[in-house]
Design a protein around this ligand. Structure first.
Ligand SMILES: *Cc1c(COP(=O)(O)O)cnc(C)c1O
Length: 368
């Protein structure tokens, strides 16, 4: 077992199947090297601002942004965005779907002392919960893709007309096609389908969201500058961030957005992640020892496939055997505590590599 060696034909060309940080393509790194003269230069000067501008307009094109929507960005990743939302987006009270770790983390951030305690519809891990209609809130929030469980929700407007629909798209954006007009804020960090390093957040914001942000900024609520979405909107309009961004991340992201656009845009990315995840789910359904963790096929994520194993297969051992052969980060979300493998089928991952991975898992199980 410890000297388990995969036959060459089962070794993926790229063994990175982690859910974030995730596979960064060699072409992105080449783009980074080609533009390395931007590294170590001022983010207040035109060359870096032009780069930020290209990332913003690239996202607008990828998402066919409706009139009046804006691409806003800032430092701190999606985790910082939750706190920014508590300061700048939620007026009195938020309502949440919480069916995994990430949805739950936004609930915690929205428990800020200046807000009424959030209305939460909790769902079991592996399911997708739904608003009941009884929630009184001005923000309705849910994760598009719950990365900790591999359950994916439909992106639809929620709540009454004057409320905002705020969607955590961190692991879905760039891999799942949606209609942005069904949301007011569709936010994400770039270390998943956008195959970049972490540290930034991006948000596609509707005119109603920006109006809300400006109204709260004009109120007497205390808002730290770093977590002010009004400050982020103002800076983004100038193709800047409040404080220094990671320029390398922006270059990696630019290359990934260009690749997606040149390949056929979001519809293409959507078809590709469906193809990859579809292979994983049909393999698991036929496997004598495996089953997809998410039982409702409509809620199975096309970008994060979670597969449970019966007691005869120790998934952690399989993962360790594959890691020794260059296949990395297919362990389940640490707090879920299941006998499971979790496979990212992000846009950057080659479907042919997913096919090899499944063969590699079979080979590891046979060698147990
Ligand atoms: C990865 C992830 C996050 C956390 O992103 P950070 O940039 O590390 O804060 C939040 N939500 C979802 C759905 C994620 O997949």
């Amino acid at each position: 077992m410890s000297d388990f060696r995969l036959p060459d034909e089962l070794v993926p060309v790229d063994g990175r199947f982690g859910c974030g940080p995730s596979k960064i393509r060699a072409e992105q790194v080449a783009h980074l090297v080609k533009h390395s003269h931007l590294l170590g230069t001022s983010h207040r000067q035109k060359p870096v601002r032009d780069l930020v501008g290209r990332v913003r307009s690239g996202l607008a094109e990828l998402y066919r942004l409706p009139a009046g929507y804006e691409v806003v960005l800032g430092n701190g990743g999606s985790t910082a965005f939750w706190d920014a939302a508590a300061f700048s987006l939620i007026e009195r009270r938020s309502a949440h779907l919480s069916f995994g770790e990430f949805g739950h983390k936004f609930v915690t951030a929205a428990g800020a002392p200046w807000l009424q305690s959030p209305a939460v519809v909790v769902g079991e891990p592996g399911t997708v919960s739904a608003f009941t209609g009884g929630e009184e809130a001005d923000v309705f929030a849910f994760p598009h893709n719950e990365t900790s469980t591999g359950a994916m929700a439909a992106v639809r407007r929620q709540g009454p007309r004057d409320s905002l629909t705020v969607v955590d798209a961190t692991s879905a954006a760039g891999g799942v096609n949606i209609d942005v007009s069904e949301t007011d804020v569709y936010y994400f960090a770039p270390q998943k389908n956008f195959a970049s390093d972490g540290g930034l957040w991006f948000a596609l914001m509707s005119p109603a969201a920006i109006e809300r942000i400006e109204r709260i900024a004009a109120s007497d609520r205390y808002i730290p500058e770093f977590l002010s979405l009004s400050v982020a909107v103002d800076n983004s309009r100038l193709d800047q961030t409040l404080n220094t961004p990671a320029i390398a991340t922006l270059l990696l992201m630019e290359a990934q957005i260009r690749w997606m656009l040149d390949s056929g845009g979001l519809a293409w990315a959507d078809a590709r992640t469906r193809e990859s995840s579809g292979m994983v789910y049909s393999w698991a359904e036929k496997h004598p020892n495996a089953t997809p963790f998410v039982t409702n096929p409509d809620h199975r994520s096309q970008v994060v496939a979670t597969i449970d194993f019966d007691d005869s297969v120790n998934a952690a051992t399989v993962s360790a055997m594959l890691r020794a052969n260059g296949i990395v980060d297919i362990d389940p979300y640490r707090k879920l505590g299941r006998n499971q493998l979790r496979i990212a089928t992000f846009t950057a991952v080659e479907p042919t590599d997913v096919s090899r991975l499944l063969g590699a898992i079979d080979a590891a199980i046979a060698a147990l």
